[in-house]
Design a protein around this ligand. Structure first.
Ligand code: CDP
Length: 226
């Protein structure tokens, strides 16, 4: 039987990490964890409760009241994120959250809170997790680390299409500015900045279809598990 491994997928905003991760997890019968959804859900909680990001004490208190869970949404059969029992999968994709999430994710206490849960989820292996620091910090010993990239223009176009379907008022400019801002904050923050792990394999999918991206990654998986 093939051995179960940990697969990490890191990279810039909107380069197709979650699409690839979901497909790999489905193919392999692995668990998929969207670590970005955790930071987005924490951001939603902070916004709803007017938590001032400069007040460490308030942040620590707030984190004690946050319970995050990935479970199956009975309406569509998909695994989605629940914040204190409420399904927030749809809400957290809003631009209002995207505007704040990178500031929230740069806070040390927030990262410690999320990373501890991510490591627990990965303990039994057989997991695909995507994010920014998964191969560098969360699972530095993962068997397969993928660093996904794509040209900026392609990433903006993909994310714009995705957001436009939900909200036709969104503009390309807004999406572009948000991606650039998040990429900058994510790669320049002090704690666990986005960077390529030394042993990560780079996959540039600018000119690849979803299927081609998946097939390339699956080749790498097979080399590791067979
Ligand atoms: O889907 P997209 O790549 O645009 O973002 P996401 O994966 O939903 O992550 C949202 C934000 O969460 C990122 O811009 C980061 O600020 C933060 N994040 C992080 O700091 N570390 C992770 N492992 C995952 C996400």
């Amino acid at each position: 039987m093939a051995k179960k491994i940990i697969i990490t997928i890191d990279g810039w905003s909107s380069c197709g990490k979650s699409t690839l991760a979901k497909r790999l997890a489905k193919e392999l019968g692995y668990i998929y964890v969207d670590s970005g959804a955790m930071y987005r859900a924490i951001t939603l909680y902070f916004l709803r409760n007017n938590i001032d990001l400069a007040e460490k004490k308030k942040i620590k208190e707030a984190l004690k009241n946050i319970s995050l869970e990935f479970s199956k949404n009975p309406q569509n059969g998909k695994t989605e994120i629940y914040l204190n029992g409420e399904n927030v999968e749809y809400l957290i994709r809003d631009l209002v959250i995207a505007e704040k999430v990178s500031d929230v994710a740069a806070i040390k206490e927030v990262r410690e809170f999320a990373v501890a849960q991510q490591q627990k989820m990965g303990a039994p292996k057989g997991i695909v997790m995507d994010g920014r620091d998964i191969g560098t910090v969360v699972f530095p010993k993962a068997e397969l680390k993928i660093f996904l990239t794509a040209d900026n223009a392609v990433r903006v176009e993909r994310r714009f299409k995705e957001m436009y379907e939900k909200n036709p008022n969104v503009t390309v400019e807004e999406v572009k500015n948000n991606l650039e801002m998040r990429d900058y904050i994510d790669s320049h923050r002090e704690v666990s900045p986005l960077k390529q792990a030394k042993d990560a394999l780079v996959l540039d999918n600018t000119d690849l279809t979803e299927k081609q991206t998946f097939e390339k990654a699956l080749e790498w998986v097979k080399e590791k598990i067979l």
